[in-house]
Write a protein that binds this ligand. Structure first.
Ligand code: GLN
Length: 316
């Protein structure tokens, strides 16, 4: 067993879960009404190890939208299909040092990285872009289901419709990138490109299913429940590198310093954390700090590192 004293480990996770439940900071995202109505009390923690041991505390079977957490998986799927070198002709690997939805490109006129909106719009426009939108959506849904070992992956149409209605900035980003020829030649319509991006943000998961998705990343791209390869090993390494440097918005540098693990957060309050070769963790609590990360999620990660030597450089 990869975690030998599993019950002891679970007891400590339960303590950290209870401790973070007391955190009352932050505000639920309200740029669309569907997210604004999220229950600030929701709090779930799920862990899945690379050998399939599972533990869950709190609201781990309630669905939430994956939002920006999808950026990590979409990149991994695109790079597995097309190769990292091809994908990085269109998007860089550098933290932008700017807000996630800022209108800016790097010196080669590419989005800075796949974890900001501009980069994620380009990455999604690379995925199966010779197919029509219906087939592309089905392709992604199947890919997510495979990565989650067949556990819950859904779609929230209300969120999709309201993302689309509240999309001035993402349209501005798309037009700006069109001006600079950032899109692949297959992209004929910006509306389709953005619709696909909003659909990917509106996919749903639960803490349980998303902990398996994170565990697939921890396991080098092989789902620990099914032992199926879902992500090639090089893209798996690459997405973890990008999550480490860019996964937590403008807190990424501090998170790498204090926690030292690859992670990705989203405005729904979802947060995945990967302990390579060991486990995937999904945390979900809707209230966000000023930088857009789940307050309880970040508090959990800091305490996790106090209790265990999971920081990338703890082993030195
Ligand atoms: N869907 C939102 C957008 O594209 C926010 C994504 C996120 O989680 N930051 O602006």
């Amino acid at each position: 067993l990869i975690v030998p004293s599993w019950l002891q480990f679970c007891d400590i996770i339960k303590e950290i879960f209870d401790m973070c439940k007391e955190v009352r900071d932050g505000k639920v995202a309200s740029y669309i009404p569907q997210l604004g109505r999220a229950n600030p009390e929701s709090w779930g923690v799920s862990i899945c190890t690379v050998d399939g041991q599972r533990v869950h505390f709190g609201d781990t079977t309630k669905p939430f939208c994956v939002q920006s957490v999808s950026k990590a998986f979409n990149y991994a799927i695109a790079a597995s299909d097309l190769g990292a070198d091809f994908v990085h002709q269109y998007v860089g690997q550098e933290p932008s040092g700017r807000l996630f939805n800022e209108i800016c490109l790097d010196l080669k006129n590419r989005p800075h990285n796949p974890m900001v909106n501009s980069g994620a719009i380009i990455v999604s426009s690379l995925i199966q872009n010779k197919l029509n939108l219906a087939d592309r959506f089905e392709y992604i849904l199947n890919a997510y289901r495979k990565i989650s070992g067949g556990e819950y992956v859904g779609f929230n149409n209300a969120v999709f419709l309201s993302e689309r209605l509240t999309a001035d900035r993402n349209h501005a980003l798309a037009y700006y990138m069109k001006e600079y020829n950032c899109f692949p030649k297959e992209t004929t319509s910006l509306n389709d490109a953005l619709d696909f991006y909003f659909q990917l943000c509106s996919l749903e998961a639960t803490c349980e299913s998303m902990s398996v998705m994170a565990a697939t990343l921890a396991n080098g791209g092989v789902c620990p429940l099914t032992e199926q390869r879902c992500i090639d090993s090089r893209p798996c390494r690459d997405v973890l590198s990008l999550m480490y440097s860019c996964g937590m918005y403008d807190y990424s540098g501090q998170f790498a310093f204090h926690v030292g693990l690859p992670a990705k957060s989203g405005v729904s309050g979802a947060l995945i954390v990967v302990v390579p070769n060991l486990m995937g963790i999904c945390l979900w609590s809707p209230p966000l700090d000023s930088l857009g990360n789940s307050c309880r999620g970040v508090a959990f990660c800091k305490e996790l590192i106090n209790r265990f030597n999971f920081h990338n450089y703890d082993s030195l």
